[in-house]
Design a protein around this ligand. Structure first.
Ligand code: DC
Length: 235
């Protein structure tokens, strides 16, 4: 058997709206790692369920659907594009309703099992910054650095509302806050791979931080724990 390639892995977990993807994307650019958005992968399965009129909490129907679909993440120019059965989904997986579908299908063990190898093999091939809910605990327990990113539900709801407005989608702060709290509860209390910090994760609460301040703080953690600096990458 061939030896596995050595790759560096950074796991960033935390609840929705904590700013994981902005931060992970920013860090990936600075230090030349691939950014992997695992939420987008669950969103694709949620999207598939909705397209077929399957209730996302119908474990039996969702599990049966997995045999008929092909979920692919393609990486180009530092961008991760999701494809379902060969069709590029673009921003369709970002619709507010898909957040609910993704959260519900992600509580089904067969879905997590179905996506495990895919996530693991991306990290076996590339230096990655992977964000999600169970990256440090289940997918990459061997990550050299694990960060658990949080912010208050109110701040996360405000950020999500502004994001939706910027994209021209309907957004109501109170509704977004209620949805965030419901999703936190479901993601944290599910029986399989619940959202929780790994024992060796560094906790980072970025309430009140701008995205630039969060990135600066994370770069400091990366330099401190891994000895990787932006300057090194630029050389
Ligand atoms: O990060 P996001 O909001 O795009 O994720 C959408 C949903 O997918 C989230 O509510 C829970 C699920 N998810 C998961 O269970 N495990 C992951 N590693 C990533 C996302």
């Amino acid at each position: 058997m061939m030896d596995k390639k050595f790759t560096m892995k950074i796991a960033i977990d935390g609840p929705g709206g904590a700013g994981k993807s902005t931060l992970a994307k920013g860090l990936a650019k600075k230090i030349g790692f691939a950014y992997v958005d695992t939420g987008a992968i669950y969103r694709t399965v949620g999207y598939a369920a909705r397209s077929r009129g399957i209730a996302p909490d119908d474990a039996e129907a969702v599990s049966a659907m997995l045999k008929d679909i092909k979920v692919e993440a393609r990486f180009e120019c530092g961008r991760q594009d999701m494809y379902l059965d060969g069709e590029f989904l673009g921003d369709r997986i970002r619709e507010h309703e898909i957040s609910h579908y993704a959260s519900a299908v992600s509580a089904i063990p067969a879905v997590r099992e179905y996506l495990f190898d895919m996530q693991r093999s991306i990290a076996d091939e590339n230096n990655v910054i992977m964000d999600g809910r169970d990256i440090g605990t289940v997918i990459l327990p061997d990550a050299q650095l694990k960060v658990f990113l949080t912010a208050t539900p109110e701040e996360r709801a405000m950020r999500r509302t502004n994001e939706l407005i910027e994209k021209g989608q309907a957004a109501n702060y109170e509704q977004v806050l209620a949805d965030i709290k419901e999703r936190d509860e479901r993601d944290s209390s599910r029986a399989i791979a619940p959202l929780k910090p790994a024992d060796d994760a560094i906790m980072f609460n970025n309430t009140g931080f701008t995205p630039a301040q969060s990135l600066e703080k994370l770069l400091g953690i990366v330099a401190d724990k891994l000895g990787i600096t932006e300057a090194q990458y630029e050389k």
